[in-house]
Ligand binder design. Structure first.
Ligand code: ZN
Length: 323
């Protein structure tokens, strides 16, 4: 059971305490949540999101600030690291003398960020700073406890394993009795206990499998998709027929027919294609290439984590959010 308790998509490591960051440590890339989710999915299902819109906005804001701050820190470090003439000690001294601005008030006190035990913290560096007592901390105060989360896929995989282990253990109980390693009374008690465990694990497995299918691969969804694909085929066929040149008119197509064909494409085909896209993909976006902004690529996901997460125990709590 324990191996499904500590999953989730937000890292638990604390990589954000500026005071403790050593110059030689690897420069961490900032962790941001998947942004700009296409929310045009309008399939009715039983999925209950783990976070409300307000909670998600606040969590995103935190990672946005932290990402921006980490990037500034990374650039400053890089500049020092690249100065080949400086010794390690000089580099360290130079880094210690760096004044990074608080992301909120811009005073040279830095910002304290922490991501630890699924708790997100951000406060003005002046609240922690022991150096300059004259600088008053700004009111930045973010304290968010994230929900304890796993995914349906993770749960299904784990329980598939548990029920196999239960089966083996039941067989072992039977063999123990067969080879007289145990008496009948003990074997029956043991067998009943193990069968109950097996039943419970099978029930959990089935529940999540059903939920998963209902949300990501329901019969309704598959049937709608089938109908839409047929519609698409017939519209394309219709367009092709309209654009076919008349036998009398050799290979010329009348302009009025081209208009008619375009009309079908614009009013009907595009709509069908967009519905197919929404049913097939939970995430669909054209994104800029990281290295070359002139290149764009299509990024699609049939299943997104945001629609597969389930809460294990604690729900998300926004303890403080002041900026
Ligand atoms: Zn501040």
């Amino acid at each position: 059971m324990s191996d499904i308790m500590n999953t989730g998509d937000i890292s638990d490591s604390d990589d954000s305490n500026v005071e403790n960051q050593s110059l030689s440590s690897n420069i961490n890339s900032s962790r941001t949540r998947e942004g700009d989710i296409d929310t045009s999915i309008d399939i009715n299902d039983n999925y209950e999101p783990c976070y409300t819109k307000d909670q998600l906005d606040k969590i995103n804001k935190f990672f946005q600030l932290k990402g921006k701050y980490d990037e500034i820190v990374r650039r400053k470090k890089q500049k020092i690291i690249n100065q080949d003439k400086l010794s390690k000690r000089e580099k360290k001294r130079l880094w210690d003398s760096q004044k990074i601005k608080c992301i909120n008030c811009k005073k040279p006190v830095g910002t304290f960020f922490s991501v630890k035990n699924r708790r997100l913290l951000a406060i003005c560096g002046a609240s922690k700073n022991t150096g300059d007592q004259n600088i008053q901390p700004c009111k930045l105060n973010i304290d968010i406890q994230l929900a304890n989360i796993t995914t349906m896929q993770e749960t299904i995989n784990s329980y598939a394993k548990y029920k196999e282990e239960d089966k083996e253990s039941i067989i072992k109980t039977k063999l123990d009795l067969l080879f007289n390693f145990t008496n009948e009374e003990e074997a029956i008690t043991e067998f009943e206990k193990k069968r109950d465990e097996f039943d419970a694990d099978v029930a959990t497995y089935n529940n999540y499998l059903e939920l998963f299918m209902d949300i990501h691969d329901s019969k309704e969804k598959r049937e709608s998709l089938k109908i839409l694909l047929l519609k698409k085929e017939s519209l394309i066929k219709e367009i092709k027929t309209i654009l076919k040149p008349d036998e009398s008119d050799s290979d010329n197509v009348k302009p009025s027919r081209i208009v008619e064909a375009l009309d079908i494409q614009i009013s009907d085909l595009n709509d069908v294609l967009s519905q197919i896209k929404n049913l097939k993909y939970e995430y669909y976006k054209v994104v800029e290439d990281d290295e070359n902004p002139l290149i764009h690529k299509l990024d699609t996901k049939t299943i997104i984590t945001e629609r597969s997460e389930i809460i294990i125990d604690n729900e998300c709590v926004i303890n403080k959010f002041v900026m």
